[in-house]
Design a protein around this ligand. Structure first.
Ligand SMILES: Cc1cc2nc3c(=O)[nH]c(=O)nc-3n(C[C@H](O)[C@H](O)[C@H](O)COP(=O)(O)OP(=O)(O)OC[C@H]3O[C@@H](n4cnc5c(N)ncnc54)[C@H](O)[C@@H]3O)c2cc1C
Length: 380
């Protein structure tokens, strides 16, 4: 299969690429060191229409699909994977459920806020389980005019930066998946607070935090979708969104690859450029091949989603392959840089730290393999 972006996609990619070159690349390493979220850059992304590009145009979005979201994610990830995580969570997975299951009023409010630059979170994981939703402990109980939420979510991207987000909670931990519902929660709701901030391996410019709810009172209108449909809403969002993580891995891998090719041409060993040594050539050949395979899987899955297909197997294959290939590419990149590759002066060191989590969040590699096998074998 030959896969080419359309004219519209190429124009969008070129615009984002130019923006990233001018406004992200020169500053990304500093944002990481200072652990600062780049608000000014984010606001510029919103003004350019990147934040809302894949959101429905009736509510202020750009009306584009997953492919455009993946393009923006890939380009941002070339320079700042942390900024890309803020984007793919804040404008992607957190909004997918709202776009599909939200009421008119919810879409009117939250989609337009996101397109204007408000960041969202998606709060599913709890201390007792990420892959397995069974032990969910965050509880909700009906009140006279709404709901009360109590519990703690953990590892939530955008925990500090977000203004609102989607929280999953159960009415009765014994009721299994049928007990879980989804809620849209504004962060300034009394009883809602940001807990511990994780000290991560990479992606330092984007926060990952606990979210704590202590008798957090929500109006009735804050339930997203039907009562008891929370797990379905969460899984649909993850199925639709994980291809963006593939695009993130692709962007990080491309950055590591570009640096490696440049260095292999410049750096001399035994009187010739590294690129003339066969061991380095083999690494470059493997990296080139894996990058291309990751690209094809990623954009073919995104295009199937844009055609209206669920593409669960294809998205899982894209995320599994792109994230693990990015791991191998970043590993080789550090190797090609030798000692410099193990220092903070070489960008590949940062890329290899930023890549690792693409094999973990939005479903670990093991869960992707499970999803692929289930689709193939048609087993529960
Ligand atoms: C930086 C970062 C950002 C994150 N952002 C978010 C966010 O915004 N929202 C959110 O809700 N969550 C988020 N997460 C959580 C993330 O989705 C979970 O960490 C992930 O799903 C794995 O869950 P766990 O950490 O509980 O690991 P576990 O589920 O405890 O898994 C541990 C290990 O066991 C394996 N395993 C578990 N079950 C199986 C099985 N059935 N078969 C085979 N292997 C299995 C896993 O693959 C893994 O290797 C984030 C995590 C990180 C690190």
């Amino acid at each position: 299969m030959h896969f080419e972006h359309t004219e519209e996609e190429r124009l969008f990619r070129d615009a984002v690429r130019e923006f990233v070159k001018a406004e992200v690349s020169p500053h990304a390493a500093r944002w990481e060191e200072e652990e600062q979220f780049p608000w000014d850059t984010w606001r510029q992304l919103a003004e350019l229409g990147v934040c809302g590009v894949s959101l429905p145009s009736e509510y202020g979005g750009g009306g584009g699909g997953k492919t455009l979201m993946c393009i923006a994610t890939e380009e941002l990830s070339m320079a700042s994977a942390g900024l890309a995580t803020a984007y793919l969570v804040g404008c992607g997975i957190a909004l997918d459920g709202i776009c599909k299951h939200g009421t008119e009023a919810q879409k009117e409010e939250y989609v337009s806020r996101c397109a204007r630059g408000d960041i969202a979170f998606f709060a599913l994981t709890e201390p007792e389980g990420g892959s397995d939703l069974g032990p969910m402990q965050t509880r909700y109980r009906p009140t006279t005019d709404g709901y009360s939420l109590t519990g703690t979510k953990t590892f939530i991207s955008n925990g500090e930066e977000a203004a609102f987000g989607v929280v999953f909670a159960t009415k009765n931990p014994g009721a299994g998946h049928r007990g879980v519902s989804a809620f849209i929660v504004n962060k300034d709701t009394p009883g809602f607070s940001v807990g511990k901030k994780e000290r991560k391996t990479g992606q330092h410019c984007n926060s990952t935090t606990e979210l704590v709810m202590d008798d957090c009172l929500l109006p009735e209108k804050s339930m997203l979708g039907k009562e008891g449909h929370g797990v379905r809403i969460a899984l649909e969002a993850i199925d639709k969104s994980r291809v963006a993580v593939a695009a993130q891995a692709l962007g990080i891998a491309r950055a590591a690859y570009d640096e490696s090719v440049r260095y292999a041409k410049e750096r001399q060993a035994f009187g010739k450029p590294l690129g003339q040594l066969q061991s380095i050539q083999w690494m470059i050949a493997d990296m080139t091949t894996e990058l291309e395979a990751a690209r094809l899987l990623t954009y073919s899955a995104a295009s199937l989603i844009d055609e209206g297909q669920l593409a669960i197997r294809e998205s899982a294959m894209a995320k599994l392959y792109a994230s693990e290939a990015a791991g191998r590419i970043c590993h080789n990149a550090v190797q090609i840089f030798g000692g410099y590759g193990y220092t903070r002066d070489a960008p590949v060191e940062r890329f290899s730290r930023d890549q690792r989590v693409t094999e973990i969040y939005e479903g670990t590699s093991e869960m992707q393999r499970w999803a692929i096998a289930r689709q193939v074998l048609k087993m529960k």
